[in-house]
Design a protein around this ligand. Structure first.
Ligand code: GTP
Ligand code: MG
Length: 258
């Protein structure tokens, strides 16, 4: 089901009657730490929307003590699932990059395991990359039609707002904090990245100097099961990440405008 009707993006997600067939090999990269109970529903929803052919769901698990990798391996009997287990490293952004490096797929989708990101919007993200000028397609909470689950407490909203304001001078993208996006593997310079923390989309946009980022509105849902990994240490890491990105932007040679 090609998503060609732009108006459809304003409507809430719905499972399409027909499964979407990818045009190029596609990997859906999902970083996990203790997400045992989310993987089954995630795989079920993804493959309710996408034809399996040409698609792999690549779980990048940091040796979760809750047995997430065992669940991923069990799901591989039913779905095109692979699981990469990292024993010596922890971190969301580095896990996503490891997944990107680990697959041969031409199109790469990053999404969280906890069902915050609606799998039903994956076709719209991939369709956006059909335009060769588009460098990245983001599932965005902060464009018209997008929204954040109303159960977010005030401090969480404030936190998210401050984090976005701090990054605003770096990009015009509204939801540069997003973990739900699609890119082309050929467009990535993985060696140029220095990911830390959570904000992998921001890292990709700033390091690549991307300006043509499409934002597809999504309804961001509260996590379905398991516990958050977002803590104070992660917020400090974000400030360190921002400092690195500002240093990068300020020191890079002037490049011709695209
Ligand atoms: N591989 C790996 N994945 C991680 C790590 N930390 C978080 N993740 C995953 O990254 C995704 C986002 O983490 P969340 O804990 O949901 O963070 P959040 O979305 O900011 O916060 P909540 O949704 O409120 O929990 C989830 O799929 C996590 O399992 C990590 O250190 N390594
Ligand atoms: Mg989450």
């Amino acid at each position: 089901m090609p998503v060609s009707d732009p108006g459809s993006r304003d409507r809430p997600s719905a499972v399409p009657a027909e499964r979407y067939r990818v045009r190029q090999p596609t990997a859906i990269v999902v970083p996990t730490y203790n997400e045992r109970d989310n993987l089954g529903p995630l795989a079920q929803r993804i493959f309710a929307v996408l034809e399996r052919e040409g698609v792999e769901l690549l779980i990048v698990d940091d040796d979760s003590p809750d047995g997430t990798a065992d669940v991923a391996h069990a799901l591989a009997e039913q779905y095109p699932v692979r699981c990469l287990v990292r024993k010596a490293e922890r971190g969301l952004a580095t896990a996503v990059i490891a997944g990107f490096a680990h697959t041969e797929a031409a199109l790469l989708v990053s999404m969280d395991a906890d069902l915050s990101h609606p799998p039903e919007e994956i076709p719209a993200l991939l369709e956006s990359l059909g335009d060769p000028a588009v460098e990245m397609a983001i599932g965005s909470r902060f464009v018209p039609g997008g929204r954040v689950d109303l159960h977010w407490p005030l401090h969480r909203r404030l936190n998210s707002w401050v984090a976005r304001m701090l990054a605003r001078p770096l990009t015009r993208t509204k939801d540069m904090m997003a973990g739900f996006f699609a890119v082309r593997k050929a467009g990535l310079k993985l060696g140029a990245l220095r990911p830390i923390g959570y904000k992998i989309a921001l890292e990709l946009i700033v390091r690549h100097g991307w300006t043509n980022v499409v934002e597809i509105p999504i309804a961001f849902a509260d996590r379905q099961a398991g516990a958050t990994k977002l803590n104070m240490a992660e917020q400090w890491r974000y400030l360190r990440h921002l400092a690195r990105l500002y240093a990068h932007v300020l020191t890079r040679k002037r490049q011709p405008r695209e």
